[in-house]
Every structure is written in structure tokens, then in C-alpha cells.
Design a protein around this ligand. Structure first.
Ligand SMILES: O=P(O)(O)OC[C@H]1O[C@](O)(CO)[C@@H](O)[C@@H]1O
Length: 525
């Protein structure tokens, strides 16, 4: 029988891992041969390189044993087959099914859910053709030239990061069909600024909310409808909805049409469902989105391999657990050397921290070990001129996740002072990996770099739609595997509820807590 409930600290392999001697010196471990060979293929010419991670052969073997003992790949298979992996909410976890079938046919209420997700993608594709060819137009009869997504959290971060990752490349290839904008924050300045810049008569809005009840999104929807009406445009001709079939939004009539996802796709895992597909297809067309989904599916296939040296997401997850639970590192920095990935760290913050920021296990008992790390990041080289000081010389050791590409997306690179911008970018990336790992001696104490700062590198020739899908799924699967290793439920998010409840008390004038009441008075003036 499959054992799925072990806490990390009750695993024999974890005890063995803890007893192993950590790598003494990362600088000597990082040989040229290791740089060339310590990597796992992610397909499509993409690699996960762990040469600069402080893991040697005995540690890797113990990590393999830990993966085996926790049966993480078998848990992944159960998830694919439709097991209820989100126990607290009694839900299946089916985001992998939005991009392909890998397990059993998952049927709910008499419907094959793979068919359901595919039908929604097909409906979105058909709608996008009508928008692109001008059959569907705005209230004044003009063609749509812009799209604007209203949503927050998973209904914003992933789709926005994916759009930004592809927009410049698609624009340079003259493939950008509609420019996209996003409204997420309930701060009136967010909607205010975006609406001021949009040609409303030519803008199609996508209202995205799985629950259909999110305060920020519904508030922004009202602001958008008001703005449309103020220009004598019928909001129902300018707005589509993406929601779950059971949400209150699904009953609303005020939309051109609605596309659906369901409760088995968590918000932060929804970029490959209708939530991400609607804006991406409107912006780039169906072919690009199919490529993106194929890349994600490819990583899902690789994640089935039980051998850690052939399963990049699992290896990444295991090294992360080693760094968190044996070496005691508190955080992880995501550092894409690609401006196109400027919002990718923000997406990963939600993906990782909302999934694995948990302190009880799947049986509801407190765990006695660290779980998800703090995740933050910034596109290189901008981060270098910001927080890298602390990463190099601060008192905490923070593992780093570099991402890089051989070529840029836009085809505008040229030589300036002996090197192209892309060459400069990648020179910085390579230099940082070595500086972090090896450090530098110096006679003045403040100029010493102790090194020993581990990093990994995901790299590919270019950030194409397929590579982007791969990257996204790699991190989704890494987070899933870490949740299995920690024996926590990565698929609920109760930690967001208390703040929402207190906010309702403030807005409803029913504050029960005296400190909150005092804060209310501060904001009255
Ligand atoms: O899509 P919805 O239901 O509006 O939710 C938005 C976000 O709110 C949360 O439920 C909690 O903040 C996220 O998990 C989710 O991505």
C-alpha cells in the first residue's frame, strides 16, 4: 500500500541526510567538469544545472532515497489519476490535466474533465478568431485593439507574468494581435491609471475570478463598467468572464460570453487553464498558446521519472528541502536574466509561498520542521544594483535560482563597446554564479567575499512560448514535490482568510478587536 503520510522528520532517509557531512567547500566542488556535467535535461534544449549547489554524490544518493521513501512520484501519479490530494477542501488537484492527459480519465459529474478543459480552450480559440477578424466588436462598432484582464492573485500574477514574458518577442515578430493590460489591486490608482490609458471603445475586458466573490476584482469590475457607461458604451459588449461554473459570476448576464475552469484547478496553478489562456490567446493567438501548453505538458511528463538525475523538478525540489531543512537556509531568490521574465518572481512568490507556507501536516498536526522558504527576486541585472549586496556579504546564506538564455527575444541586439547587450547580460549572469560560489579573499574585511553561496541555473537557447510553458510547469512541479516531501497540503490557502474577515468587519462597521478599532481611528482623519 502507498504510504503518503510520513512527516519529513520521521523518514529514515532524512536522518541519513542529516548525518551526512555537508560539502566543505563549494569553491573546490565547482570544477569545470562539474559545470559541464552536473545538469539534467529539461528537453527543448533546456537544462537544469546544479553545478554550483552544495550537493555531492552521497547527498544526492540520500536525496534519491528520501524521494523514494516519501513516494513522491507515486503521489504525483495519484494526483494525476484524480485522487483527492487537497484533503482539507476535499478536492482533486487537476492543473496538469489542463495541458494534457497523463493519468487515468478523470470523470466528475459524468464529464471527462480533460474534455471539459479542452472544450473551454477550444471555445476561447473560436472566440478569439471572432475578435481578431472583427466579427465581435465593441459597443461603438469599432474593432477591439486592446484587452485588459481584471483579477487578482492567481487570476492576475501567472497570466500577467506569462503575457509579459512573450509580448516583446511576439511584437518583434509582428505576431502580437492585441496589447494587454491588467488591473488587480483594489487601490483606485491602479484601475484609474490603466483606464486613463486605454481606448475604451476598442478595449475588451476579461473579468477573471474563480470564486466570483473576490472583493478587489468585483470592485474593479464596477469601476470598469462605470467607465464604459460614462463613454456611452454597453459594458456587456466589452466584457467576458472566466470563472468556475459554480460561482455567482457564472449566473451573471452582463458578459459577451463566459469561459470556465473549476474547483480542481487552484488559482496559483491556473495559468494553463482558461484563466491564462483567454488573455494569452487574445494577445498572441491559438498557436502560441498551444506551444506554451505543450512545453508545460512536456515537463509534467519528465516529472514522472522516479530517478532524480532525470527529473529536474524533483531534483530542484529535493535540493531545496536539503537547503531548508538540513542547512537551515530561510529564503530563495529567483533571478531571471531576462527582462521578459520581470514578473516571473512575483508569480513564483504566490505559487511557492501560498502553497507551502504551512505549519500543519496533511493530518492537521503541527510540523516540527521548516516548510516553504521566503521567495523573492528580480530580473538581472537590475537585482545586482539592488539587493545582491546582502546576497554576497549579508549574514544569511540565501540559495539562488538563476535563469538565462543564449539569445534575446527581440532581434535588436548589437555590439556596443565590444560586446552586445545580450553578451553583457550573460557575462553578468556567469560572473555572479562564480562570485557567489567562490567568493574572494581581501586584506580589508569589508571587501572579503566568503563565497559558499549556492545557486542553480536553468538555461535555454531562447525564451520561446514552449520554453516558457516548461519553466512554469517546472516550478509548479517543484512546489508540488516539496509539499509531498514536507507532508503538507500545498493546495489550500487558509492563511489568506483571517485578513479578509477582519477587512469585512472594518468595512461593515462591526469591528470587534480594540487594536483594529484604534487603527480605524488613525485612518479616519
Ligand atoms: O480567482 P479568485 O477566486 O478571485 O481568487 C483570487 C486569489 O485569491 C486567493 O484565493 C487568496 O488570496 C488566491 O488563492 C487566488 O488566486
Amino acid at each position: 500500500m502507498t504510504k503518503t503520510t510520513n512527516n519529513l522528520d520521521s523518514c529514515e532517509a532524512f536522518a541519513q541526510l542529516t548525518a551526512l557531512q555537508p560539502v566543505g567547500n563549494l569553491a573546490t566542488l565547482l570544477t569545470p567538469q562539474r559545470v559541464a556535467t552536473a545538469q539534467v535535461a529539461m528537453d527543448d534544449g533546456m537544462w537544469f544545472n546544479y553545478a554550483a549547489k552544495a550537493v555531492d554524490e552521497p547527498i544526492l544518493q540520500a536525496l534519491q532515497q528520501l524521494a523514494d521513501e516519501q513516494q513522491v512520484v507515486s503521489q504525483y501519479r495519484q494526483l494525476l489519476d484524480g485522487a483527492v490530494m487537497n484533503g482539507s477542501e476535499q478536492r482533486m488537484v487537476l492543473h496538469h490535466l489542463t495541458r494534457g492527459q497523463l493519468g487515468a480519465d478523470v470523470v466528475h459529474g459524468g464529464t471527462s474533465l480533460r474534455d471539459f478543459y479542452q472544450q473551454q480552450l477550444d471555445r476561447i480559440a473560436a472566440f478569439c478568431v471572432q475578435v481578431h477578424n472583427g466579427e465581435v466588436r465593441g459597443g461603438s462598432g469599432e474593432r477591439f485593439t486592446r484587452v485588459c484582464q481584471i483579477g487578482i492573485g492567481g487570476s492576475d500574477l501567472g497570466p500577467r507574468a506569462m503575457y509579459l514574458a512573450l509580448a516583446h518577442g511576439q511584437r518583434s515578430q509582428k505576431q502580437l494581435k492585441l496589447e494587454a493590460s491588467f488591473i488587480s489591486n483594489v487601490d483606485p490608482d491602479d484601475a484609474g491609471q490603466v483606464l486613463a490609458e486605454l481606448p475604451l471603445s476598442r478595449t475588451l475586458f476579461i473579468l477573471v475570478s474563480k470564486s466570483g466573490t473576490t472583493q478587489e476584482t468585483l470592485t474593479n469590475e464596477s469601476l470598469v463598467r462605470e467607465a464604459l457607461r460614462s463613454q456611452e458604451l454597453d459594458p456587456a459588449r466589452h466584457m467576458v468572464a472566466v470563472t468556475s461554473e459554480t460561482s455567482p459570476l457564472a449566473q451573471s448576464k452582463g458578459f459577451l460570453t463566459s469561459f470556465y475552469m473549476d474547483d480542481f484547478v487552484g488559482g496559483r496553478f491556473s495559468s494553463t487553464s482558461a484563466v491564462g489562456a483567454a488573455v494569452l490567446m487574445l494577445a498572441f493567438g491559438e498557436t502560441v498558446v498551444k506551444e506554451f501548453l505543450a512545453g508545460a505538458h512536456q515537463q509534467d511528463c519528465l516529472a514522472l521519472n522516479p530517478n532524480v538525475d532525470e527529473n529536474p523538478a524533483l531534483l530542484d525540489a529535493l535540493i531545496g528541502v536539503y537547503e531548508r531543512n538540513v542547512l537551515g537556509y530561510p529564503a530563495t531568490a529567483v533571478l531571471p536574466y531576462s527582462q521578459a521574465l520581470s514578473r516571473f518572481p512575483a508569480h513564483l512568490q504566490q505559487l511557492d509561498m501560498e502553497s507551502n507556507g504551512k505549519s500543519v501536516n496533511r493530518q492537521g498536526q503541527a510540523v516540527r520542521y521548516a516548510t516553504g522558504p521566503v521567495v523573492f527576486g528580480e530580473a538581472g541585472t537590475n537585482g545586482q544594483h539592488s539587493f545582491y549586496q546582502l546576497l554576497h556579504q549579508g549574514t544569511d546564506r540565501i540559495p539562488l535560482q538563476f535563469i538565462g538564455f543564449l539569445r534575446e527575444q527581440g532581434g535588436s541586439d548589437r555590439v556596443i563597446q565590444g560586446s552586445t547587450s545580450q553578451q553583457k547580460l550573460n557575462a553578468n549572469l556567469m560572473a555572479q554564479i562564480v562570485a557567489f560560489a567562490k567568493g574572494r579573499r581581501h586584506k580589508e574585511a569589508n571587501k572579503v567575499f566568503v563565497g559558499q553561496r549556492p545557486s542553480s541555473l536553468i538555461y535555454a537557447a531562447q525564451l520561446t512560448p514552449r520554453v516558457l510553458g516548461s519553466l512554469l510547469a517546472h516550478f509548479e512541479n517543484k512546489v508540488m514535490f516539496q509539499g509531498f516531501l514536507w507532508n503538507i497540503n500545498s493546495f489550500d490557502q487558509e492563511g489568506v482568510q483571517l485578513g479578509k474577515m477582519l477587512t469585512q468587519q472594518v468595512l461593515g462597521g462591526r469591528v470587534e478587536d480594540d487594536a483594529l478599532d484604534a487603527y480605524c481611528r488613525l485612518f479616519q482623519s
